[in-house]
Design a protein around this ligand. Structure first.
Ligand SMILES: [Zn+2]
Length: 117
């Protein structure tokens, strides 16, 4: 379970962003969850509602979106989504020497602030 540590990190980042922008409230966080991670959005949401209590984030929404895995084939340069059916190989050259370029992280993409005034 890494969800709690992600939530704590994102909440702290949002608090920093709010301070920097002199925001009165944080309205929404957008987090992309990589397909290769074992992070479950429902756990993120559960911990989030606890972590934001008493902070400037209280009452805000945590939105998550799934980030599919993308592999860049080092043989032919094709970027593809690995499929189990063909052993996660490159669909163009059948090469197995791919580099994961997306889908293995949990990233805070956007913080929506209310600046008041
Ligand atoms: Zn290839």
């Amino acid at each position: 379970m890494h969800e709690m540590s992600y939530v704590v990190r994102f909440v702290n980042m949002a608090i920093e962003a709010a301070k920097e922008n002199k925001a009165v409230k944080v309205k929404r966080l957008l987090v992309s969850v990589g397909e290769m991670t074992d992070v479950l959005p429902e756990y993120l949401n559960r911990y989030y509602s606890l972590a934001v209590m008493g902070t400037i984030l209280e009452g805000s929404v945590l939105e998550t979106k799934a980030e599919p895995v993308r592999v860049l084939c080092t043989s032919c340069g094709k970027e593809y989504h690995p499929e189990k059916e063909n052993g996660y190989a490159c669909p163009v050259c059948q090469g197995n020497a791919g580099k994961v370029v997306a889908g293995r992280d949990v990233v805070l993409e956007h913080v929506e602030l209310e600046t008041g005034g």
